[in-house]
Design a protein around this ligand. Structure first.
Ligand code: 6PG
Length: 241
């Protein structure tokens, strides 16, 4: 079948990472375009898609909802992390994903696996989610914080040394402080990782995550190396041309 001309130019390679550098004006559409291409690439089998929250991915999810040919009926939705708030709280990642994507595409309700981070016992909530999480995520969407965190894996967190648990309670330096997060083994075993970063505030973190040393304790977003990054030119300002 003739490939549809891609809206997004081919990525450049930075080490093992595929880096799409895009103007701010086309960031959301470029992110949706590369994500849509990946989601169409699984033939007729079911697949798992884990999403992050925060302010960056919302417009990407909204754009993705308008892309054709995505097998939403075969996609299971999971979450990379969640804040310890009710699902209708403005800070909830689930709420963001529901309004930006789930309400706009034909995904069966039973295919959406929410992290119940509002439960009083976060250890129990983590164990419960771990039982629902596939042994290997097909597609994982990550963001990056100004401090280099990703999901709710923050610099210096003991979760960065976690090798057994796949979901764990986490503490964020910024509110909401209590969270649930996937751990490094889940990130590293994902089939495809996409990291989205936009805006000048992320320039330091993007440089550190992409070009800094390999140790991820200081910059957990280094876990996404080898994935596909879509970065706007403002967030890429500290990368060599
Ligand atoms: C969250 C996200 C988190 C996010 C970064 C970047 O729960 O906040 O999962 O990992 O990707 O914090 O957030 P922004 O996109 O808001 O900058």
């Amino acid at each position: 079948m003739k490939q549809r001309p891609r809206a997004t130019p081919e990525p450049r390679r930075v080490g093992k990472t595929k880096l799409h550098l895009v103007p701010p004006s086309s960031f959301s559409n470029a992110g949706a375009d590369v994500l849509a291409a990946a989601l169409r690439g699984f033939g007729r089998r079911n697949l798992s898609l884990a999403l992050s929250g925060g302010s960056t991915p919302g417009p990407i999810y909204e754009a993705l909802a308008g892309f054709p040919g995505i097998p939403w009926e075969r996609i299971g939705i999971y979450f990379a992390d969640e804040r310890a708030v009710p699902p209708d709280d403005p800070a909830s990642n689930y709420r963001l994903v529901r309004s930006a994507l789930l309400e706009r595409v034909p995904i069966p309700a039973e295919s959406v696996h929410r992290m119940e981070a509002e439960r009083p016992d976060l250890d129990e909530a983590a164990e419960s989610y771990e039982r629902r999480l596939p042994s290997r995520l097909d597609v994982l969407v990550l963001g990056i914080g100004e401090d280099g965190h990703t999901a709710s894996l923050f610099p210096g967190s003991p979760n960065l040394r976690e090798t057994a648990r796949r979901v764990a309670p986490a503490r964020s330096p910024s509110p909401p402080t209590e969270r649930l997060t996937i751990t490094p083994p889940v990130v590293l075993s994902a089939g495809r990782i996409f990291l989205f970063a936009r805006g000048p505030a992320k320039a330091d973190a993007v440089r550190e995550a992409l070009l800094g040393e390999a140790d991820m304790s200081g910059c957990p977003a280094r876990l996404a190396r080898g994935g596909t990054w879509v970065v706007d030119t403002e967030a890429a300002a500290q990368l060599r041309p």
